[in-house]
Ligand binder design. Structure first.
Ligand code: FES
Length: 117
């Protein structure tokens, strides 16, 4: 008997929902446990990360679905202001410079953003 590691797709939001603030949070349930994450977009590209700051493990959002700084050029943690690159999740300013958000695989199909776990 073999154990297969099957990937699963989890729809988390539509492109229209993501367009409102350029970021959107989600929670998925795996084995009855919540998994918190968020999606951001930069131009046509989308990126997804676990909602867990590498500084002190807090959630990053300022308000529901708000993860970006004023000009939407960086992900910004609400707790102590760490700034992360949108496309890599690497912190380039603040208390955890050089650390990185945990990235998640994501795809867009028919305007639905899906996370691959
Ligand atoms: S917990 Fe995010 S910067 Fe401190």
């Amino acid at each position: 008997m073999t154990t297969e590691n099957k990937q699963r797709l989890f729809p988390v939001c539509t492109q229209n929902e993501l367009n409102v603030l350029n970021s959107k949070e989600f929670v998925l349930y795996q084995n009855n446990r919540p998994y918190f994450g968020f999606v951001v977009q930069k131009g046509e590209e989308i990126f997804a990360y676990a909602n867990n700051c590498p500084h002190q493990g807090r959630m990053l959002q300022w308000k529901p679905d708000r993860f970006l700084n004023k000009d939407a050029s960086k992900i910004m943690c609400a707790a102590h202001g760490a700034m992360f690159e949108l496309h890599t999740g690497i912190c380039d300013a603040g208390p955890c410079v050089g650390k990185q958000l945990n990235s998640l695989k994501c795809v867009r199909e028919n305007d639905v953003i899906q996370i691959i776990l």
